[in-house]
Ligand binder design. Structure first.
Ligand code: TMP
Length: 238
């Protein structure tokens, strides 16, 4: 396959077209942003961890019957994916209250939720990705009833698969964000699954092993990303 021109550059990835219709070439960057792009920096070799870790998770999800855009891992920073018509929603699944939920509901970070929570955010940087509900999504035409049901159900199934893997890696899956899109009429998981898009806490020490180390200036950011990759790959490659 041939890498052709770049069609989009996001905050964490570049997207290139290829010589094959409907197939994209992704390149993961080390650039990191937080608070809607207000805070900028780099996390050394983050692109490598996020690319390789996402590939491992997408493969494990495929085995569990959950389809994604993932086609093939190429090298440290690049993967081949199917082109999706993106649904402009971020689907957040939470097992433990942290971040914006802890703030919104006035509970401590670490509060154990009695069951997983699924939330929707409208993906629009200029608005700061506002919290929305299903009726907003329907009224605005962002998704259809069946699609909304499907992406939320997929979110909960993905939660179960990831929790199992991460538990074996000694990691608590606190929460995570997913994006979905359509390909030939089917809803597929897109984007990435990485320490940029999930909260991972060490099971023993409760240490943060994710992008909160960058957001909150906690130090040892690279080490945390590497640690997650090391542990998950030893579970999934075993
Ligand atoms: P939140 O607590 O800030 O709403 O974040 C919930 C989860 O979503 C957390 O795992 C981090 C992830 N996330 C993203 O991937 N991108 C974002 O822009 C934000 C705000 C959160």
């Amino acid at each position: 396959m041939e890498k052709r021109e770049m069609v989009y550059e996001g905050k964490a990835k570049k997207v290139f077209v290829t010589d094959q219709e409907g197939i994209y070439w992704l390149e993961y960057k080390d650039d990191a942003t937080a608070f809607n792009g207000e805070k900028k920096g780099t996390i050394g070799d983050k692109g490598i961890v996020n690319n390789r870790l996402s590939a491992l998770f997408f493969q494990a999800l495929a085995k569990a019957g959950i389809p994604s855009h993932f086609v093939e891992l190429l090298n440290d920073r690049e993967m081949i994916v199917r082109k999706l018509e993106m649904i402009p929603l971020e689907v957040v699944v939470r097992n433990i209250a942290a971040g914006s939920l802890a703030k919104r509901l006035g509970v401590d970070e670490g509060f154990q939720l009695a069951r997983p929570v699924v939330e929707l955010y409208y993906k629009d940087d200029s608005l700061g990705d506002p919290f929305v509900n299903e009726s907003h999504a329907l009224a605005m035409g962002w998704a259809e009833v069946a699609e909304l049901q499907e992406i939320q159900e997929m979110g909960l199934s993905i939660n179960e698969v990831l929790q199992k893997i991460l538990d074996q890696a000694g990691i608590i899956l606190v929460d995570f964000k997913l994006e979905f899109g359509k390909n030939e009429g089917k809803v597929l998981l897109g984007d990435e699954i990485s320490p940029d898009t999930c909260r991972f806490w060490d099971k023993e020490t409760q240490n943060k092993l994710d992008k909160d180390r960058f957001r909150r200036d906690l130090g040892q950011v690279e080490e945390a990303y590497e640690e997650v990759y090391r542990r998950v790959s030893s579970v999934l490659k075993a």
